[in-house]
Design a protein around this ligand. Structure first.
Ligand SMILES: Cc1cc2nc3c(=O)[nH]c(=O)nc-3n(C[C@H](O)[C@H](O)[C@H](O)COP(=O)(O)OP(=O)(O)OC[C@H]3O[C@@H](n4cnc5c(N)ncnc54)[C@H](O)[C@@H]3O)c2cc1C
Length: 303
């Protein structure tokens, strides 16, 4: 049986590169000062979907909700083997907390035919790990979180192994199911050169419009509109038009989106600076290292 997978992916600032220079005075991060990357565990979710497709066949749709620039991770997914990509972008999504985000994503997923929905466990910027479980609830489907291994997939039954911190648990469920996948689950494959050649021109309508305007600075509005129509048609015929959905496309109730759909209020932001209080020199010898390990175990720093 071939499986239809939907993978939710998020473009995030590379929080590993946070230094004093990218912090605002109020403790928030200047997002534009950091490179935007594919959320790491979403790559693991995509890899899980690709492994399912390799074994059983099927179809993979990737969805992201974000700014127009998030099209970059959709293209990256196509380079790795996804079949279809959807960008949800709409000014009315701004200020969405996890509840509003999962609502909007659920409206998009409900437009598709799917067997398995895959999310990363956690995004490295928001870091809540709430969106996957909230999405499963809104879709009314079973969820298996913290998935580290897919044990079996047969007919409409799935068995997955969850990491529960100090051990593991194997869970059986019926499809449709939502999985949240952890970093240890697999080693994401790299982009395939052939697919990069095929999809490097894949674009969203916003990107097409910006490119046409830049290429034709003297054209009037009607000419620009005609050029956009022609370019979009040509890309669509080649399978290179990335779908772009607004809140109207997904028929979202606006009171559940953006600020009005977001009950989370940030009460206070605290900057935590980790500074070493004391340091200790360790002899770079087997005995020195053994002593250090012994000390760390005694202090219960490591077990
Ligand atoms: C207290 C608080 C206040 C916030 N306030 C604002 C605000 O005012 N304005 C604002 O813009 N943002 C705000 N955010 C950020 C916003 O809520 C999150 O970016 C978003 O809801 C996703 O949550 P997360 O990053 O914790 O994702 P997680 O729940 O950690 O993500 C889990 C998985 O869900 C999927 N996923 C998550 N987000 C997306 C997405 N956008 N598209 C596709 N898949 C996705 C991915 O598979 C991801 O791995 C706030 C967050 C918090 C915690």
């Amino acid at each position: 049986m071939a499986y239809k997978c939907v993978v939710l992916i998020k473009q995030v600032p590379d929080t590993k590169r946070i230094t004093g220079d990218v912090m605002n005075d109020d403790g928030t991060v200047k997002r534009s000062a950091l490179p935007a990357i594919f959320n790491p565990e979403d790559l693991n979710a995509l890899e899980t979907a690709l492994e399912i497709k390799d074994r059983f066949g099927g179809h993979i749709t990737v969805i992201t909700m974000g700014l127009p620039a998030a099209a970059a991770i959709l293209r990256e997914s196509l380079y790795r083997g996804a079949d279809d990509a959807i960008l949800i972008t709409d000014r009315r999504c701004a200020a969405s907390d996890t509840l509003a985000t999962s609502y909007i994503l659920s409206r998009a997923v409900k437009k598709l035919d799917y067997d398995i929905v895959l999310c990363g466990r956690q995004a490295i910027d928001g870091d809540t790990a709430q969106v996957g479980p909230q999405l499963a609830e809104k879709l009314g489907i079973t969820q298996i979180t913290y998935v580290e291994q897919l044990i079996e997939l047969s007919g409409n039954r799935i068995t997955a192994q969850r990491n529960i911190g100090n051990g593991w648990q194997q869970v059986k469920a019926e499809l449709p199911v939502l999985l949240t996948v952890i970093g240890e689950a697999n080693e994401p494959r790299v982009a395939a050169a052939k697919k990069m050649m095929k999809y490097k021109k894949a674009s969203t309508p916003i990107e097409i419009s910006e490119k046409i305007k830049a290429e034709n600075p003297k054209a009037d509005a009607a000419e620009i509109a005609e050029l956009i129509k022609l370019r979009s048609k040509s890309l669509e015929e080649k399978g290179l038009l990335i779908k772009q959905w607004s809140l109207d496309h997904v028929e979202a109730d606006l009171s559940w989106c953006g600020m009005s759909g977001s009950p989370t209020k940030v009460h206070r932001i605290q900057s935590v600076v980790l500074a070493a209080k004391e340091s200790k020199d360790v002899e770079p010898t087997p005995d020195g290292i053994a002593d250090m390990i012994h000390e760390l175990i005694e202090e219960k720093t490591i077990a």
